[in-house]
Design a protein around this ligand. Structure first.
Ligand code: AMP
Ligand code: MG
Length: 291
């Protein structure tokens, strides 16, 4: 536990014992600006003192908050929220969408999965397709993969020359800064599993006829480049986590903890935004009776 996330943990002056009892998962898992993240120092099976039994109640309460606050956010039509989900294959992006974002009303929650760019997308700059999917007022937009693929898979496979992808960290920071200044709240989650966990999940997919479709032979090539992806992720986490667009490194070997952490961080942020139902239209008489 002491070892886990030591490099992404914020050391404040609160005594350690008190901190343990009071700190929210968002404070534990957020990558502070200027931190050099080393994923070897993060334990992907960490649970911050939770057990699956205690987590069930905590998760239920957080999901209820998500449902409530998202409805208010939608009704108020003031805030915009962007949630980015990244992770290596089988890290659980789909499961997180299902179990956490399932608390949202789909009407105010556009989800977009970014795939290999189409010919038309490739004819534009890499942020073109991304900007078009950012949230409007009242919306919580969810990205399943994102512009970060343009410094992850693109870097690892060498799809553009290094001199181009090297510049993208600053470009991405500037892009997210623009969104933030214009009123978008940004939260980015890196779901972190280790190589053994991925092997088990792949093997389970292969063994289950209902899950086999999720597996592609190409996933094995990506797995062979594990260390390159980890290095690319470390650069993303270290270089692109400013105050207004933080990354959270989510220990994701345990699905129940992953769900709890993402749900709690989202719910705490929505609570901070404090969206309120708008007042009724002033033209409506308070004692109006509908017959
Ligand atoms: P999946 O999320 O498993 O459906 O797979 C989507 C695939 O699209 C992954 O292999 C990603 O690496 C790939 N992909 C997403 N964005 C990009 C991008 N900008 N350039 C190249 N490949 C990408
Ligand atoms: Mg896949």
């Amino acid at each position: 536990m002491a070892r886990a996330t030591s490099s992404v943990r914020h050391h404040d002056d609160m005594p350690r014992t008190r901190r343990k009892a009071t700190r929210r998962l968002g404070d534990e898992l957020r990558v502070k600006p200027g931190t050099r993240v080393r994923l070897a120092d993060v334990d992907p099976a960490e649970t911050y003192g939770r057990t699956q039994e205690t987590a069930d109640d905590e998760l239920a309460a957080d999901l209820a908050r998500l449902t409530d606050f998202q409805e208010r956010l939608w009704a108020e039509h003031r805030h915009k929220v962007l949630v980015v989900l990244q992770g290596i294959d089988a890290a659980g992006k789909g499961g997180t969408l299902e179990h956490v974002m399932g608390a949202f009303n789909p009407l105010g929650c556009p989800v977009h999965a970014f795939k290999v760019p189409t010919e038309q997308e490739l004819a534009h700059d890499y942020l073109w397709r991304v900007h078009a999917r950012t949230p409007g007022t009242g919306e919580i937009a969810i990205f399943d993969r994102s512009h970060y693929e343009d410094v992850l898979v693109v870097r690892v496979l060498g799809l553009v020359p290094e001199e181009r992808w090297r510049k993208r960290y600053d470009q991405i920071n500037a892009f997210e800064q623009l969104l933030a200044v214009e009123g978008t709240t940004i939260l980015k989650f890196f779901l972190y599993i280790d190589r053994d966990e991925q092997r088990e999940r792949f093997q389970a997919r292969l063994a289950d006829p209902d899950k086999r479709w999720k597996f592609r032979m190409g996933d094995l090539d990506t797995r062979k480049q594990w260390d390159d992806y980890i290095a690319a992720y470390e650069d993303v986490l270290s270089r692109c986590s400013p105050e207004q667009a933080p990354w959270f490194v989510i220990p994701a070997n345990k699905k129940w903890f992953r769900n709890l952490a993402v749900a709690q961080i989202l719910a705490d942020k929505l609570t901070d935004l404090d969206p309120r139902y708008p007042p009724p239209d002033e033209e409506i008489p308070p004692d109006l009776v509908v017959d």
